[in-house]
Design a protein around this ligand. Structure first.
Ligand SMILES: Nc1nc2c(c(=O)[nH]1)N[C@H]1C(S)=C(S)[C@@H](COP(=O)(O)O)O[C@H]1N2
Ligand SMILES: [Mo]
Length: 310
């Protein structure tokens, strides 16, 4: 594999000028949205994160404007329209917040989010993101590898999969009252996918703490898979032996598989996956195998029939 190990990552190339220019852009965009949608003051300021490394895993493609990243979302716990999460997610309380890491591990742990934030240096990872609905974005995430979190609990030899569970609080998440999905939202990865250095626990974007609508305070990001694998607002990570049933597989097993690798050759039963519209662009682009991350992740699936394991 032609990828660097995390220890090889070069020190920061983010200049203070970059950082503050982006910070101004962030405050402007979130502030503008707040005027329209009554975000709380805390989200308005946007706490800066200590991003210390600019990752070699980043794409050099131009990031999608922040205003789109935070105003066009899927987060069904807050409603099924793209505008609903930005409008409704201000009710989510992200402190106090704990994440339990449990199951087939030597040292199960329940960690407070502020301790998780101190576990590892935070990296910026500019990733292409592809939604199964046919749109895509380029998002400058801030986070650290999921592997860092999993190493904390020491997975046992029989742990083969990781199940990730989102919060499901009917008091703060109005969408939970409708049974569009079997709540809580859960997702899963094979352990080797979860340990892959591209697999990220995101805590921020554009250099700031994650806006609630993007899955604060902690969400999964897997850039070679469809966006729905990136479960938001995580409260539990469980190591298991059997392939977990994910929320989308429970909802529509013919349409959504466990792997959900971006694959232009495997259409969704109701639409093509061959092309995509990058948010902010007019013409469609061709969708790339593994969303363009094939050099890094292709060998995870060597010998597998990806039409069967979709
Ligand atoms: N808990 C939860 N996580 C979720 C979803 C959701 O509805 N609930 N939607 C998924 C889908 S379909 C996509 S495309 C991405 C969108 O992430 P973004 O809004 O940060 O771009 O979140 C994913 N994670
Ligand atoms: Mo999606």
């Amino acid at each position: 594999m032609l990828i660097n190990r995390p220890s090889d990552i070069v020190p920061s190339e983010i200049t203070p000028q970059d950082f503050y220019a982006r910070r101004r852009e962030f405050i402007k965009a979130v502030g503008g949205l707040a005027l329209a949608t009554a975000l709380p003051q805390s989200a308005l300021a946007g706490d800066p994160l200590r991003v210390t490394v600019k990752s070699p895993y980043s794409t050099s493609e131009t990031p999608t404007p922040l205003k789109n990243v935070i105003a066009y979302n899927n987060f069904y716990e807050f409603g099924t329209d793209k505008e609903d999460p930005a409008r409704n997610a201000h009710t989510l309380k992200t402190r106090p917040w704990t994440v339990s890491i449990e199951g087939l591990v030597k040292r199960p742990k329940t960690l407070a989010i502020d301790d998780i934030l101190r576990l590892a240096p935070l990296e910026e990872r500019i990733y292409r993101m592809r939604c199964v609905e046919g749109w895509s974005m380029v998002i400058p995430w801030v986070g650290f590898p999921l592997a860092t979190l999993l190493k904390q609990v020491e997975p046992l030899g029989n742990a083969k999969y990781v199940e990730l569970t989102s919060a499901a609080d009917p008091a703060t998440m109005p969408g939970i009252r409708r049974d569009v999905l079997d709540w809580p939202y859960t997702e899963g990865l094979r352990l080797d996918e979860a340990m892959h250095p591209l697999t990220l626990m995101a805590v921020g974007l554009y250099g700031e703490v994650l806006p609630n609508q993007n899955g604060a305070p902690l969400r999964l990001v897997v850039p070679w898979k469809y966006g729905f694998k990136g479960a938001k607002s995580l409260v539990r990570i469980r190591l298991v032996e059997q392939e977990p049933k994910t929320a989308w597989v429970r909802a529509a097993p013919r349409e959504y598989g466990f792997y959900s690798n971006v694959n232009p050759e495997v259409d969704h039963p109701r639409w093509s996956q061959g092309s995509e519209r990058r948010i902010g662009e007019f013409l469609k682009r061709k969708t790339m195998m593994f969303n363009g991350y094939g050099d890094q992740v292709g060998q995870l699936y060597a010998g597998m029939d990806l039409k069967k394991f979709y």
